[in-house]
Write a protein that binds this ligand. Structure first.
Ligand code: FPP
Length: 249
């Protein structure tokens, strides 16, 4: 597939979530340490954000560091934290110039003051941008996000004397880190692995999944277009039926 959104005759997903997997294997295949793969992974992040904006995607959520990634070797954790800091420091001006709004989702309590400061600066400086909303999932776990949402809602029940049975799915969705954003239409995972790994557990209820064989550092606009092509060929039913013919059969 070629061309930007205007040239395409297939629907482009509004929200794309990406599990960026395969950095370690990409580096190992080159006889290099894992950190080399993560560094190359940041270049793929840049290409992806640019391509998503060109294709007219409104929201992108990237799984950059999970709540479980702290269990990795100390050097690798340092590399990943360092890359996050470098990404915000070096790329914020360009992202803002391109109309990208940055939000970081995940548990902020586990983050050091320097990263927190950068995250808050990025969110404040980019908050009026509306071309593309970029969520970076950092110190993020889907179960932890749901747990934190429950804590917020339980506190509201106690403080406001609410009936617990009045809590709706919309209330739970709004209490998640993604708040009022739409659920992801398309979830992509690179590296051939086929699992969710605690990513957007609530929001992915009706997402279409596309698993790609490429390692994350090799991901680019053409892989994104391939995933969108696959997405466009699917029929989304949300638990219902597609059309009257399905009922008659
Ligand atoms: C999974 O590959 C990838 C990660 C755990 C980290 C992803 C991080 C980046 C792409 C860089 C930082 C991102 C930003 C937005 C600054 P893996 O290491 O598990 O690969 P493997 O399965 O081949 O070992």
């Amino acid at each position: 597939m070629t061309g930007d959104n205007e040239d395409r005759n297939c629907p482009v997903p509004s929200h794309v979530g990406i599990i960026m997997d395969g950095n370690g294997r990409w580096a190992a295949a080159r006889g290099m340490p894992r950190g080399f793969g993560h560094k190359a992974g940041v270049d793929a992040v840049r290409k992806t954000v640019r391509a998503a904006a060109e294709l007219g995607i409104q929201h992108v959520t990237l799984y950059a560091f999970s709540s479980e990634n702290w269990a990795r070797p100390a050097q690798e954790v340092r590399d990943l934290l360092g890359l996050m800091k470098l990404f915000i420091t070096r790329d914020l001006a360009e992202l803002c110039a391109n109309g990208v709004r940055i939000r970081v989702i995940g548990d902020r309590q586990g983050l050091s003051a320097d990263i927190l400061g950068l995250v808050e600066t990025a969110e404040i400086r980019s908050r009026d941008n509306s071309k593309l909303n970029l969520n970076i999932a950092f110190n993020y776990g889907g179960r932890d996000e749901i747990r934190r949402a429950f804590v917020k809602l339980a506190a509201q029940v106690v403080e406001q004397g609410l009936d617990p049975a009045s809590i709706s799915e919309a209330d739970i969705g709004a209490a998640l880190d993604t708040g009022a954003q739409p659920d992801p239409d398309l979830l992509i995972r690179t590296s051939g692995e086929m699992r969710l790994s605690n990513f957007m557990l609530w929001q992915a209820a009706y997402s279409e999944f596309v698993f790609l064989p490429c390692m994350w550092p090799d991901f680019d606009k053409s892989w994104l277009e391939q995933a969108i092509d696959e997405y466009s060929s699917r029929t989304r039913r949300y638990g219902g039926v597609h059309d009257a013919k399905d009922v008659a059969l």
